[in-house]
Design a binder for this molecule. Structure first.
Ligand SMILES: *[C@@H]1O[C@H](CO)[C@@H](O)[C@H](O)[C@H]1NC(C)=O
Ligand SMILES: *[C@@H]1O[C@H](CO)[C@@H](O)[C@H](O)[C@H]1NC(C)=O
Length: 384
């Protein structure tokens, strides 16, 4: 009998496997809480945000203002799945620059864009795996009547589709092109715009540029534009008018060319920064993209909402931001028992590895020592 039992169990397991998808392991253990100011938590939150920034194709690099909540789900030998809620600020670096958020400065208060991200972060230290299976963020511009009252003369954001904005972008880039001795560029997309009254109207714009097929000295002799030409840099331009004169300033920054490495297509390749000693370079490269079932799964998105004044969402008497102002949804499952997530593709060995993902913890279940202290503690740029 003692010998028979394992055989019966195996047969049963094979039967189950053949008829229905493998059941997720049931989840009885509680999530662990951590302090949001713990150095280990801050380090992991920073790495998770780095992965989020690396996954994005447009917008500006987000920096960590504070850890709003963290819960850890230890999953035995597989490591831990963290549930992070992060309060973030837009920086001045475009995501295509691939710069680390730590190297990017945040914007002035009147040009701030701030919000909240939720992210799952899978950490397996012995196997040197760091991986964000999913994230979602919601951002809003900080600029509101209260900031305008604090600084009536500050530049204020305007729509990038304002005709004056494209005019300013085109005109400032023309100046850049006229001073360039070789390559010429054209406006790919305006990414930010603001205006201010100086001695006359002034416009400030930021825009992505792509290489133009025309060269400076071959007017009317332009090569065919490759249809897939990508933005190569970000320009900041301004135009100030006075009654008599017009001043045009422009400054462009070029992105580092991205050399595609084998495995770069695979989300698993974004396991962590190269400077993290925990992450083996070789392992990042050896991952076969073919055995990655979740490859096609969109990891996440960043949602931009209008500034709070534009919505029927009045602040209370103290000027506090309404609690529901930054809705972020991140639910891979609604099953309280959890659902399994195949992460086998993150490992070099051929075994099947499955994490248990739970519904994202509710705000009311926040860890006791959370949120942590903010880098920029101004309540005008802190989501509730
Ligand atoms: C992320 O947010 C979008 C809405 O912005 C939502 O449709 C999507 O389901 C969210 N993703 C997850 C995994 O919850
Ligand atoms: C956060 O941690 C740092 C360094 O450990 C400490 O100096 C600081 O006082 C802590 N802040 C809070 C609000 O606990």
């Amino acid at each position: 009998m003692g010998l028979l039992l394992p055989v019966v169990l195996c047969a049963l397991a094979a039967f189950c496997r053949a008829t229905s998808p493998p059941l997720p392991p049931s989840h009885f253990w509680p999530l662990l809480s951590h302090g949001c100011n713990e150095s280990g938590v801050l380090e992991l939150a920073g790495l998770a945000l780095q992965d989020i920034n690396r996954d994005r194709k447009d917008g500006y690099v987000l920096s960590l203002n504070r850890v709003s909540d963290v819960r850890e789900d230890r999953q035995g030998n597989l490591g831990s799945l963290y549930y992070f809620t992060l309060d973030v600020l837009e920086t001045g670096c475009h995501v295509l620059s691939k710069k680390s958020w730590k190297d990017c400065g945040v914007r002035h208060l009147h040009q701030s864009v701030y919000g909240k991200c939720k992210a799952l972060f899978y950490v397996n230290r012995p196997e040197r795996v760091l991986y964000v299976p999913a994230y979602n963020c919601t951002l809003r511009p900080a600029y509101r009547r209260r900031i305008q009252m604090m600084c009536p003369d500050c530049p204020f954001p305007i729509s990038v589709s304002d005709p004056k904005v494209l005019e300013t972008a085109t005109e400032t880039l023309a100046k850049y092109n006229s001073e360039s001795t070789s390559k010429q560029y054209s406006v790919f997309q305006v990414t930010q715009a603001s205006t201010q009254w100086v001695v006359g109207p002034a416009y400030f714009v930021e825009y992505l540029i792509k290489e133009s097929p025309c060269t400076q000295h071959k007017d009317g002799n332009c090569a065919l534009q490759p249809p897939d030409s990508l933005p190569v840099g970000l320009c900041r331009g301004s135009r100030t008018e006075t009654r008599l004169e017009k001043f045009v300033r422009v400054n462009c920054e070029f992105f580092e060319p991205q050399v595609p490495t084998p495995g770069e297509e695979n989300p698993a390749a974004k396991q962590g920064p190269a400077d993290l000693p925990m992450v083996k370079e070789s392992q990042q490269r050896n991952i076969a993209p073919t055995n990655s079932p979740s490859k096609a799964m969109p990891k996440g998105s960043v949602q931009y909402l209008p500034k709070l004044d534009d919505e029927m969402m009045p602040e209370d008497a103290q000027g506090n931001i309404p609690v529901e102002a930054f809705p972020v949804q991140l639910d891979l499952t609604t099953n309280p028992q959890g659902e399994s997530l195949d992460v086998s593709f993150l490992f070099l060995h051929p075994m099947e590895e499955k994490l248990v993902v739970l519904p994202f913890p509710k705000k009311e279940q926040r860890s006791a020592e959370c949120p942590g202290p903010a880098q920029q503690p101004n309540p005008l740029i802190l989501p509730p």
